[in-house]
Design a binder for this molecule. Sequence first.
Ligand SMILES: [Ca+2]
Ligand SMILES: [Ca+2]
Ligand SMILES: [Ca+2]
Ligand SMILES: [Ca+2]
Ligand SMILES: [Zn+2]
Length: 384
Amino acid sequence: MAVRVRNRSSVLVEAKQPRHFGRKMTMKVLLASFFLTCLLAVSGQAYTVKTSCGSEVKWGSGSATMRMASGTFPAGSVARDVMRAVRDAWNDGPANFNFSLSWGDSSVRTGNFQNEVWATGSEYWLSGHSGVTVYWHVCGSMIEADVLLDLDHSWYVGEAMAGLMAYGGTNPSLHTVGIHEFGHVLGLHHESGTYNVMGDDSTHIHLNKGQATFYAGEDAANGAVDLYGSVSSNVTDLGVVHWRHVGSSGGYSIHDWTRVLRNSGGSSYGWFENPDGYRVYAVPAQTEVFLEVSFENNGNASRSPLVWYVVSSNDNITVSDTLLDTRTITVGRNTVYTTDRGLTLPATLTKGSTYFLGAIVDPHDTITEWDEGNNSTPVAIWVY
Ligand SMILES: [Ca+2]
Ligand SMILES: [Ca+2]
Ligand SMILES: [Ca+2]
Ligand SMILES: [Ca+2]
Ligand SMILES: [Zn+2]
């Protein structure tokens, strides 16, 4: 963390060095504040917001319109679709905050009292990073927030596993970086202690059948509710992912694959990386192994969904797969619930073959959710 002065306003720089298999893109947030000396981080909860002059730094209106640069987001472009998904990732959630997008802004710059999103080749704000949010507030009241993306990067705009850095792809995802930067716009800061898109966004992904779902996540949604309150209507989404929090680097949470364990809470079986992007755990046949996954409640009320644990011959986890066990979990909207479950591998599994253990939340679909597509996820095993 360093403090610099530019254009007579103080600039707080939070930067991160490349990590994660040497392919990680660097990202940072630049905070320009006229009252930097009273800026404090609040991290009693897992998510992180900041206060200034005794007030949380946020939008008084509970909404923000982002003006999208015409050159970066031309009509009909996939980039527009991605940014609509980024908007919806926050708007679908439980917080009483709403993003709007306005297309075709042909004149964008910092410090013009307009919230804007554009790609730039200038390193003045980017300083080598793929995305930054630059914003101004006066004593906690947000005035302007701009999201700048590095024009010189090739961005991945798809949802296929192979294109994503978490699974061996090479370019940053406009989905995950966009959700991260919009989180800054609404007032969230970097989070290091929980699986959270405000940490390492490139590994904050739901995946099933090789297709990703991008989302804000339980802990970030909880932070947004802290800032803006909850919507009065019931909004519900449950999810399960094969990622978990394992540590922090430069103020960002670091995530890794969930594991297949020898005992509950115990050590992991050995694994290898498959060329298809999966981490494959080598497990002995007809043994009780402990599958670890992370459950999230992205809605605004506590839920107690049924969970199925299955084994599948492919990476598409569905209710048609072989049922191994069931349980009921209770998940409030607080922090992500990473937990393991003992599963006995059936004798029908062939030694020397790859299978996928999976968890399915709300398998009978008795709970109506805004996203029914993030309720199951695979973890690969190789049986010996
Ligand atoms: Ca403008
Ligand atoms: Ca601006
Ligand atoms: Ca769901
Ligand atoms: Ca459901
Ligand atoms: Zn950031």
